[in-house]
Design a protein around this ligand. Structure first.
Ligand code: ATP
Length: 866
């Protein structure tokens, strides 16, 4: 069996957050510079996330100087107002202080219905993420979705008194965390983008935030890289274009993510990316005196200016992190690495990157433009999106899906203004006054007039534009001749300086006004659609980039336009499903429209300068990975489904397993259909039962009591040793012999023609050999591993970076709530590849250090020698 993992010498990558987790000791390297308001006490606090996430660690009434005001508890939160009584486990003392671990609910009464927890699917530094399903509805089943639901992020609002902080410190940290949570909820509830994980509901109780996100069920990008090692550039391009699309959308809405890293990129069932974790995001302003000053994010992905504690506008730090992500995608390792943190700091500040020689010069050039240490000289998102590497095989730059907008006019809409209160912009009167000033300002008016004029001018044809710009335009030469001012000011907008474009990132308050207006419009459409019981109408204006408007699933409550090269087009037909929750979105202003714009003042390459091959091959299906062992035989223009069948069958043949594919294909299809039917039936039955059981017990208006999982006998808080409440099986259970049938994206690290029992036995042997504890679950193994002290001391696991904190799933050496120090939790799932008799092994991290997990998964794969 062949494995596509990168060479062991290059791995593992370790991740590390800028924020501290453990008190610094003399043997530990210096902590990162903090913002002026971050106190030393905070830097040495043991509660990593509460302090790390709170580089703004101040009372919510005193937002950090220079940072955008954090919002008050989000207006979008469904605040139960209850319960004031402490949870049943008496985790709170008489003064209302937490004395032990908080317990959380198992059923969430969200405005759209009750959600019941199914299992733990993730463990961030903020808390657990659980898969939850809506009770009393079979709407998912009716769409043929057997495993969809929501991902519920559970965040504690009150930290426990572990004796390491004074009460004042704890209260301050809690207040700062509250601000961040409220801001995260407010921001993600407004964003509406197909590559950003959307928030569906949001509930705040006395003790917890419960954020119900759309469930992204294709795994983590990290797992994908573990499975495949470095990606082919074509595949990386597809992901990079999607990341660019999402990041550009955020920037144009005055939002900077600030925690872009490989762990925060998930893959949906259709093989598209979804960016998660806006917990560190903030609004940014183009104004010099309103620069951001909070230094946050994961160290490996952090821009040098953050390490130097220099104020920044916002988009430029995302561009750097994106550059690191792109490097990881194409190289399978981080560009800057060192076990000794000060040395790592130096490497980042120096920005010297060793590019492997297999990388194309275009890719190298793009990354080198993103990893420029001087933020003023660093590529803007506009440059990134229009870089030849990004365009290769596509008709234009990535679509950013920004809705069509017009410059704002007075009078302002009062309803919108009242919905903007969650951002601490002040009371509605103040917002109205401020917005009126901004819109009436000569700057805004001039920008609006300029836009109006542009619209009136006849649009140049691509040929005209080409002529005007000179046919022999040298992108690379041009890039290096950009002045610092151009690059800085050109930020993320279409060649217009940030703050000069009335539609994009002109001002945070203006951006939020647009976003709220668009959200209200979506809500109205949904309400109308619900009333009429018809799917909400989606406007899809023609876009040169989309050969055809994407199909709108008749039953799907969501319909977002897709990039032309979506994996969805080439994976085997999947049941209709909803990735994005119950939203609709209006068609965005297309980047493709930019193709016919005037050349930007700075001469940035416009889409029409590059004339990519029409109908060029987009990134191929992940399934094609199976055929990479013999790519030469791939048909150049192979249609996806046949390609998949061919490539898989080639492998089967080469392994001496040539079969009669057609018979097998029919049999596999029949099996899949039967299994799907069974699953649907089962789910409908379950839902019907739970509905009748629960409808009488849980009602939206019922006061929220924080019952515990333990109370309900589901799982011990913090004591899970596996990936949640997976069905555990007796050794003789016949289900052990049943692999999980392949669904959607195929992130198979290894495939094998070995029979399933043999693979299972092999896995058990390797787990035992490596001292990994496991429980057999349906379709695989739920594993846990606590490294020995020697392992931790060896720094192999990033322990030496711990003063740098965590900040992100998998910050080296960081501790996550509910996971004993250093403990890893992950699942190994054996999947069955349809069409031919191959099995694949997939890994999924549930909790613990990301890079430790990566190293472990790679070791297991190596030892398995499938
Ligand atoms: N919508 C989702 N669908 C599926 N899994 C998810 C989803 N959101 C989060 N997860 C899982 O939970 C993990 C933690 O989520 P998230 O990053 O939002 O939490 P966090 O506490 O902010 O983490 P971090 O420490 O990385 O900042 C993710 O790495 C992912 O595995």
């Amino acid at each position: 069996m062949t494995t596509t993992l990168a060479a062991g010498a290059e791995l593992p990558i370790r991740s590390q957050s800028v924020r501290t987790r453990r008190p610094p000791t003399s043997s530990r390297p210096e902590p990162l510079p903090r913002s002026e308001s971050s106190t030393r006490a905070e830097a040495s606090r043991p509660h990593r996330r509460s302090s790390q996430r709170s580089a703004t660690a101040q009372s919510p009434r005193h937002p950090q100087q220079g940072d955008m005001a954090a919002p008050a508890p989000s207006a979008t939160a469904h605040d139960t107002g209850a319960p004031e009584e402490p949870p049943r486990d008496r985790a709170v003392d008489a003064q209302g202080q937490r004395t032990s671990k908080n317990r959380y609910r198992t059923v969430i009464p969200a405005p759209s219905g009750n959600y019941a927890f199914i299992k733990t699917i993730g463990q961030g530094s903020m808390g657990k993420v659980k898969l939850a399903k809506k009770e009393g509805t079979n709407e998912l089943a009716s769409l043929g979705i057997s495993d969809a639901g929501v991902a519920c992020k559970i965040i504690e609002r009150v930290s426990a008194d572990d004796g390491r902080q004074s009460r004042e410190e704890r209260e301050r940290a809690d207040a700062a965390r509250e601000d961040r949570n409220a801001r995260e909820a407010a921001i993600v509830s407004l964003l509406n983008h197909q590559y950003i994980c959307g928030l569906q509901d949001n509930l705040r109780t006395r003790w917890h935030w419960y954020m119900l996100f759309e469930y992204v069920n294709g795994g983590q990008m990290l797992d994908y890289i573990i499975s495949h090692g470095k990606l082919k550039e074509k595949q990386a391009r597809k992901f990079a274009r999607q990341i660019a699309s999402a990041v550009d959308y955020c920037h144009r809405n005055s939002i900077v993510h600030r925690d872009l890293k490989i762990e925060n990129i998930l893959i949906s069932k259709t093989g598209d990316i979804k960016i998660i974790d806006f917990g560190l995001s903030n609004l940014f302003s183009p104004e010099e005196d309103r620069k951001l000053k909070t230094y946050c994010g994961s160290l490996y992905f952090a821009a040098p200016e953050l390490l130097q504690a220099r104020p920044y506008t916002g988009p430029e730090v995302d561009v750097w992190s994106f550059g690191v992500v792109l490097f990881v995608l194409v190289c399978g390792k981080v560009p800057f690495d060192d076990q000794y943190m000060p040395a790592l700091h130096q490497k980042i500040k120096k920005g010297a990157v060793d590019y492997p020689n297999w990388l194309s010069s275009e890719c190298k050039h793009l990354i080198s433009r993103m990893l420029v240490t001087d933020p003023k000289l660093r590529a803007s998102m506009h440059e990134v999106m229009n870089h030849p590497w990004m365009l290769k095989g596509y008709n234009g730059p990535p679509e950013n899906y920004l809705p069509q907008r017009e410059p704002l006019k007075l009078p302002l809409d009062e309803e919108i203004i009242t919905h903007m209160t969650g951002f601490k912009f002040g009371p509605p009167d103040h917002i109205r006054e401020e917005l009126t000033k901004k819109i009436s300002s000569p700057k805004y008016q001039a920008a609006a007039r300029r836009l109006e004029k542009e619209k009136e001018q006849p649009l140049p044809t691509p040929k005209d534009a080409e002529k005007r710009r000179g046919f022999g335009f040298d992108f690379y030469k041009r890039r290096s001749s950009i002045t610092s001012k151009d690059t800085l000011t050109n930020g993320s907008t279409d060649g217009l300086p940030i703050g000069d474009d009335p539609l994009n990132a002109f001002d945070p308050m203006v951006s939020i006004y647009y976003l709220v207006r668009e959200k209200l419009e979506r809500d109205r459409q949904e309400a109308q659609a619900a009333q009429l019981s018809v799917p909400p109408k989606v406007q899809v204006p023609p876009s040169p980039q989309l050969a055809q408007p994407p199909p709108v699933l008749p039953n799907s409550p969501i319909a977002r336009p897709k990039e032309k090269h979506s994996l969805a087009e080439i994976v085997p037909p999947q049941p209709a499903h909803t990735e994005g929750g119950l939203r609709t979105r209006q068609r965005a202003r297309s980047h493709s429209e930019d193709q016919v714009r005037e050349p930007a003042a700075n001469g940035l390459l416009s889409p029409d300068i590059v004339s990519p091959k029409k109908g060029g091959n987009g990134p191929v299906s992940l399934l094609r990975r199976l055929s990479t062992r013999d790519r030469r035989k791939e048909p150049a223009d192979g249609k996806p489904s046949t390609l998949m069948q061919k490539s898989v069958s080639m492998r089967a043949k080469s392994l001496g397993h040539a079969r009669r594919e057609s018979i097998q294909a029919r049999r596999a299809k029949r099996e899949a259909e039967q299994q799907q039917q069974q699953q649907q039936q089962q789910q409908q039955q379950q839902q019907a039962t739970s509905s009748s059981n629960n409808n009488s017990h849980h009602h939206h208006q019922e006061p929220v009591r924080e019952e515990t999982d333990a109370e309900l006998g589901l799982e011990a808080e913090g004591g899970e040793t596996s990936g949640g409440s997976h069905e555990r099986l007796a050794p003789e259970d016949p289900d052990l012999a049943k692999p999980v049938y392949l669904k959607g994206i195929f992130s198979v690290s290894t495939t094998s023609t070995k029979p399933l029992p043999e693979i299972r036995a092999d896995i058990k042997r390797v787990l035992k050999m490596l001292g990994v504890g496991y429980t057999e679950i349906k379709g695989g193994f739920s594993c846990s591993h606590a490294p020995s002290i020697a392992e931790e001391d060896s720094h192999l696991l990033g322990g030496r970076h711990s003063t740098g904190g965590g900040g992100g799933a998998g910050g080296g050496g960081r501790q996550e709530p509910g996971v004993p120090d250093g403990e890893l939790r992950f699942e190994i799932v054996i999947v069955k590849v349809p069409i031919v008799s191959l099995h694949g092994v997939q890994f999924k991290r549930v909790g613990g250090n990301t890079w430790q997990y990566k190293a472990m998964a790679e070791q297991i794969v190596r030892e398995l020698r499938l």
